[in-house]
Design a protein around this ligand. Structure first.
Ligand code: SF4
Length: 237
């Protein structure tokens, strides 16, 4: 089932990073932060974007004017969030970005596999956040069925052969070496080749999760990740 498209003008935007070399591998990119997310992760660093009804910081015409004068300076535009696929205006926005001559990237948690499938022809690169094994997702997102949706999105992206990075930000209680090694094995068996572990500085308290603390990914987990994936990155977020 496809996503119904509306004009890019309807895109609700929380902010813009005008230039980054970190958010799209190998490319100079701008990042557009979209409002709205169906999940409620306690470590969310963009929690102010979770509410889809909040004010749009920038209009779409402002984005287009910004991009028009950056042709030849920027390679790509990344849609991030929040959860960009929560918005019906995303396909229209991606199509306009392509028309302006930029590559398109997407940061997503994969909560809407059907919508993601419909977006594939408009995307050059995707970063998919896989938070945990599917059965453990509700402890993180607060949403029943969220793990099945995210892993369905993973299958879809792997089958499509799109340029893909899978990334995990481990949570307290789901960050020991044994757990992470099981997660790596499932991802590698699924066909993931490019993988990043993101080390969160601190994680706040929430229902069902232990008290906030620093996440420290130990050396044994790093060795396991290096063994599981041909392309592995450790980064601080
Ligand atoms: S899925 Fe991402 S944007 Fe949504 S609440 Fe979780 S961390 Fe925040």
């Amino acid at each position: 089932m496809g996503i119904a498209t509306t004009g890019a003008e309807q895109l609700r935007i929380g902010g813009l990073t005008p230039l980054t070399s970190l958010d799209y591998p190998g490319e100079l990119a701008a990042v557009i932060y979209c409002r709205g997310c169906p999940w409620r992760c306690p470590y969310c660093h963009n929690a102010d974007l979770q509410d889809a009804t909040g004010p749009s910081a920038l209009g779409w015409r402002h984005i287009v004017s910004f991009l028009e004068v950056r042709r030849g300076l920027l390679d790509a535009v990344v849609l991030s969030g929040g959860e960009p696929t929560a918005q019906q205006a995303l396909p229209g926005a991606l199509a306009e970005i392509r028309k302006l001559g930029f590559k398109t990237g997407l940061h997503t948690g994969g909560p809407y596999p059907d919508r993601l499938a419909a977006l594939l022809p408009l995307l050059d690169w995707v970063a998919l956040d896989i938070k945990a094994l599917p059965e453990d997702y509700p402890r993180i997102t607060g949403a029943p069925g969220s793990g099945e949706r995210a892993w369905q999105s993973l299958r879809l992206l792997l089958d499509a052969g799109i340029d893909l990075e899978v990334r995990t930000t481990p949570m307290p209680g789901l960050d020991d070496t044994g757990y992470l090694t099981r997660l790596f094995a499932r991802l590698a068996a699924a066909g993931v080749e490019t993988y990043a572990l993101q080390q969160c500085r601190t994680v706040g308290p929430s229902a069902g999760m232990p008290a906030p603390r620093q996440i420290k990914i130990d050396d044994a987990a790093l060795v396991a990740a290096r063994g599981a994936f041909p392309h592995f990155t450790l980064r601080a977020v």
